[in-house]
Design a protein around this ligand. Structure first.
Ligand code: NCD
Length: 296
């Protein structure tokens, strides 16, 4: 069983993973995956996804192989395909991150081992979405009917693309807020609206008064063609204490992290800021994901 795109997961499977993650988080049970090996292959920088996958695996009794691109035979010119085929013989599950959209699916075509997508370019980041859903459920006890605002570089952020799909599937009322020029691809949003018979509100203004959840991400500067343009938007785009005036008292602010410039440091100290809690939820959720892909 692979986890490549949130669009291929059933609601039932997602609910099962979230339920298992809740039991793991509460200490009720722990997946027993002793004797299994996780290989992490990250062709793009990562702090949370890679380390929480490794930590989750170890907490399930697994061992971990960390493929380091800079010290590998990729440097001698070996191909991605040969790399995946080789490591497939050394591990039982592969967690892969790659800058190119579609490359993790490609990897899953050349191995018979389960593959988990740790982010492919600006396309998908399904396990982050499971963490986001888990966090929202823990904080709000539901997803259905919540007003969720997705704010930031929606053109390039894979976290947002995956999350929008899942939120609509779970019945949230979503508003997408992007700086001009960084809106999410229209055809993608329309496909989701049609599939789940819903309407996603779209704006360029930060008016979040009725938000129950505000989910913000950084400007994805590495995916811009023009670095100066990325710098210009990054400097302008910022959530401040003032932007929260008039917002709901029990608003939850989430962020997949890393945050650069887009959240005022003061907000970190406010009770609404839940993003470090969210990052820590990566452990039970990824433990449940490893169990899901290995036990089926
Ligand atoms: C995100 C990613 O890599 O897409 N980080 C993460 O996995 N928590 C978000 C980002 O880099 O902006």
């Amino acid at each position: 069983m692979n986890v490549i795109s949130i669009r291929e997961m059933t609601k039932e499977d997602m609910e099962k993973i979230l339920q298992n993650a809740a039991e793991i988080a509460s200490g009720k049970r722990k997946p027993d995956l002793r004797g299994k090996i996780l290989a992490t292959l990250f062709f793009e920088p990562s702090t949370r996804t890679k380390l929480s996958f490794q930590s989750a695996a170890q907490r399930c009794g697994m061992n971990v192989l960390d493929f380091l691109t800079e010290q590998s035979s990729l440097k001698k010119g070996e191909t991605f395909t040969d790399t995946i085929k080789t490591i497939s013989g050394y591990a039982d599950v592969l967690a892969i991150r790659h800058p190119k959209e579609g490359s993790v699916r490609f990897a899953s075509d050349v191995t018979n081992k389960p593959v988990v997508n740790g982010g492919d370019g600006g396309n998908q980041h399904p396990t982050q979405t499971l963490i986001d859903l888990f966090t929202i459920k823990q904080l709000k006890k539901k997803i259905d009917g919540l007003n969720v605002y997705l704010v930031g570089d929606l053109k390039h952020a894979r976290t947002m693309r995956s999350l929008l799909y899942a939120l609509c599937m779970f019945g949230a009322k979503v508003t997408v807020v992007a700086p001009k020029g960084l809106e999410m691809e229209r055809s993608y949003v329309e496909e989701i609206e049609a599939k789940f018979n819903t309407k996603v509100a779209k704006t360029n203004e930060m008016d979040i008064k009725d938000a129950d959840v505000l989910y913000i991400c950084r400007i994805q500067s590495e995916r811009f063609e023009d670095p100066l343009e990325a710098k210009r938007v990054t400097e302008k785009f910022r959530l401040t204490k003032e932007s929260l005036i008039g917002s709901k008292e029990e608003l939850a602010i989430l962020h997949p992290l890393p945050k650069i410039n887009e959240i005022d440091a003061e907000i970190d100290r406010m009770p609404q800021a839940k993003y470090f809690e969210q990052a820590h939820n990566g452990i039970p959720v990824r433990m449940a994901v490893l169990e899901y892909v290995l036990k089926r």
